[in-house]
Design a protein around this ligand. Structure first.
Ligand code: MG
Length: 394
């Protein structure tokens, strides 16, 4: 059978999701072609990826990294000299709009993904969305844009991919509840006393998933699940009251949908991001990938599901409340969280200060009911700068 090659841009190709996406693409060279790659500042990995996938365009967020990439490409010969190298957020936006691209995988970390994602949607690209912060910070605007420009948004976040897969062929009106599963993170069993002293290296040891730093800390605070509640609200237009969370430490059931007739559908597989990445590229088709291990149901000892502990993990409650408050509240929640995580990684604040900083930012801010994209970007920067100033002296 003749396939048409899907042309793909990856925003954030040197991160965890970006690298795994390239491994998926490498398995199916007849079906997928890389036309653009972007990274923050990891020059050596980006160049390695460029040699293998020969993109037309590269964008680097960091200026010095951009200069280095240009120099090194020149040395690689004429084929590589032709690669266009762009710089900064402007460059990322240009890459997101690339005329040749059919699909843009947004695997950036944080609200920096907002503008490039919006640009890709405006060009009616299919979006494989791994950058949840974009939907958290500006869900209403992003979803409106997607409707207006008929751009499909296919979730790459494993829970949302699971729900998306459960909803294929279903009528949205028959959904009763979405149930997001949560591994519980590295501190699932930790005492309050331990949490008071927890360090970044403790939080970076995730029991079932191997991920980047920011999402690993978000998993430790359970903010990741909180952000995912908001993400699910926007992706599937389901009220917050109908989005539940259950702790499922085995990370095999990636999420469930409960329907009006009492039926539950779940997506179950090995905990590997390659499945949701690959599904976002191929859907509704499925492909055999030898890198993905089968799940042997007979070998499973047990699967457990329990409610999360909102006392030890207040971030989950804060996120749900910000989602329900709507307007600019999730923007502030997300911005405060991004900077608090950064400060924690730099050992400038304690683990339990993360929710406190977020709570304070939320109570200090005046809610905008219907913020514009510009207002969101401004509020994101303001919130981050304010916290940064307060703690940089310490
Ligand atoms: Mg997830």
């Amino acid at each position: 059978m003749q396939h048409e090659t899907k042309k793909i841009v990856i925003l954030g190709s040197t991160g965890s999701v970006g690298s795994q996406a390239l491994e998926v693409i490498h398995r199916f060279p007849d079906q997928y072609q890389i036309v653009g790659l972007s990274a923050n500042q990891n020059v050596s990995l980006l160049l390695k990826q460029a040699k293998t996938f020969k993109p037309k365009v590269i964008a680097m967020m960091d200026k010095a990294a951009c200069v280095k990439v240009k120099e090194r490409l020149k040395l690689l010969g004429p084929r590589f000299r032709k690669i266009q190298v762009l710089f900064g957020l402007e460059g990322l936006c240009q890459l997101a709009e690339l005329a040749e691209a059919d699909l843009v995988l947004t695997a950036l970390v944080g609200s920096v993904g907002l503008k490039p994602t919006a640009q890709a949607i405006k060009k009616s690209k299919t979006i494989a969305l791994a950058n949840k912060e974009t939907l958290v910070t500006a869900g209403s605007i992003i979803m409106d844009l997607a409707r207006q420009h008929q751009a499909f948004i296919i979730p790459v976040d494993s829970e949302h991919s699971a729900i998306y897969q459960c909803l294929v062929g279903e009528d949205f009106a028959s959904v009763r509840n979405l149930i997001l599963t949560c591994s519980g993170g590295p501190f699932r069993k930790a005492s309050q006393k331990f949490l008071e002293k927890a360090k970044a290296q403790d939080a970076l040891k995730h029991p079932t998933w191997n991920m980047g730093q920011k999402i690993s800390i978000d998993s430790a605070t359970l903010m990741n699940k909180g952000l995912e509640i908001i993400e699910a609200h926007w992706l599937f237009s389901v009220d917050y009251a109908h989005i539940k969370v259950l702790v499922h430490p085995q990370s095999l059931v990636h999420s469930l949908v409960e329907f009006q007739d009492g039926s539950l559908k779940a997506q179950i597989s090995q905990p590997t991001m390659k499945i949701p990445i690959q599904f976002a590229f191929s859907c509704p088709a499925r492909q055999t990938n030898p890198d993905i291990q089968d799940l042997n149901l007979e070998s499973l000892n047990q699967m457990t599901f329990n409610p999360p502990d909102l006392k030890r993990f207040p971030c989950l409650r804060l996120a749900r409340e910000a989602g329900q408050a709507g307007g600019s509240a999730p923007t502030v929640l997300n911005a405060a969280n991004e900077i608090a995580v950064e400060l924690f990684l730099q050992d400038k604040i304690k683990f339990l200060q993360i929710p406190k900083i977020i709570q304070k930012s939320l109570s200090d801010h005046h809610l905008l009911a219907d913020p514009t994209l510009e207002q969101i970007i401004q509020l994101d920067t303001q919130t981050k700068t304010k916290i940064q100033k307060q703690y940089s002296k310490k």
